[in-house]
Write a protein that binds this ligand. Structure first.
Ligand SMILES: [Cu+2]
Length: 294
């Protein structure tokens, strides 16, 4: 059974096997297909014309990303069966552990995911296990994907003009877990004061999930954000926080809506733009999915 652990608590040798398996998937095209599916999900509004899509700004935000994480984890384990499971990045500890400056974390070193982008190289990350990675760019007008002309993922930690300077901490996570006892509510969008929307980060300003994307900046901003493997480490932490909430308040029956919500977001609806379509209700209990959090 996969056990998902804090990447900063793992032996470096295991971190290396994880990043090596990601590189195998990048080289054979499997990885880029995850990026494309995420972008395609983001481009599939529900209903048409709405800001909500089949994977964001609605109740299925958490189930859809859980399903996608599971698919990546399975692909990684197929490459290297000795891996324990997908690691998570416990970003809510970073400010405290690094004297208030999460940029000083060893997470941003060549041993883990590589550094911040360097201004003289167009904010591209030229060290670490993904230094040679070429990001896929999405052309909004045609819907096609084009590889960037230069290698190196783009990051601008806490300094992206299109991003945000502040970083979420433990107090925010604790507040989300303590105060938001309802999973979601009508009208099932970015305005709701429920747990899903608090964790996704629309309620009360850009927070938690959204805030981390905005703080990392660069390739973590657009719908192609899985280009940067930090996406999966971040979302694995989001999934871990959701599971903590589920274990506390209720697992399957706490999910809303059961029916009457937007297509793709009801408990028995099929989630689209995954490798394998799955019902929302099929991913609510991680014990039946066969992984756990350390
Ligand atoms: Cu997403």
């Amino acid at each position: 059974m996969p056990v998902r652990r804090n990447i900063l608590s793992m032996p470096l040798e295991e971190v290396k096997r994880f990043t090596a398996a990601l590189n195998v998937l990048k080289d054979d095209g499997t990885y880029d297909a995850f990026t494309r599916r995420h972008m395609d999900a983001m481009s599939t509004a529900t209903p048409a014309g709405s800001a909500r899509n089949v994977a964001h700004q609605g109740p299925a935000f958490l189930p859809w990303h859980r399903a996608s994480l599971l698919e990546l984890e399975n692909a990684l384990l197929a490459v290297d069966p000795t891996l324990e499971g997908l690691p998570y990045w416990m970003w809510e500890r970073e400010s405290e552990l690094n004297g208030g400056d999460p940029r000083r974390s060893r997470f941003w070193t060549a041993d883990y995911v590589g550094s911040d982008g360097a201004a003289e190289s167009g904010n591209r990350v030229l060290d670490g296990p993904f230094a040679s990675w070429v990001a896929l760019l999405h052309e909004g007008s045609t819907g096609s994907f084009v590889p960037r002309s230069t290698p190196g993922l783009v990051r601008r930690l806490g300094r992206d003009p299109g991003g945000i300077r502040t970083f979420p901490d433990q107090a925010q996570v604790t507040e989300a877990l303590d105060r938001y006892t309802v999973y979601d509510a009508a009208p099932w969008d970015a305005t709701v004061a429920g747990f899903r929307n608090r964790l996704e980060g629309w309620h009360g300003g850009s927070r938690l999930h959204n805030q981390v994307h905005l703080w990392v900046g660069g390739d973590m901003l657009p719908g192609t954000s899985p280009n940067d493997p930090v996406f999966w480490l971040h979302h694995c932490n989001i999934d871990r926080i959701w599971w903590a909430w589920q274990a506390r308040y209720g697992i399957v029956y706490k999910y809303q809506p059961v029916s009457g919500g937007p297509a793709g977001h009801n408990r028995s609806d099929e989630m689209r733009h995954l490798l394998t379509p799955r019902q929302v209700g099929s991913v609510l209990d991680i014990r039946t999915l066969g992984y756990r959090y350390a």
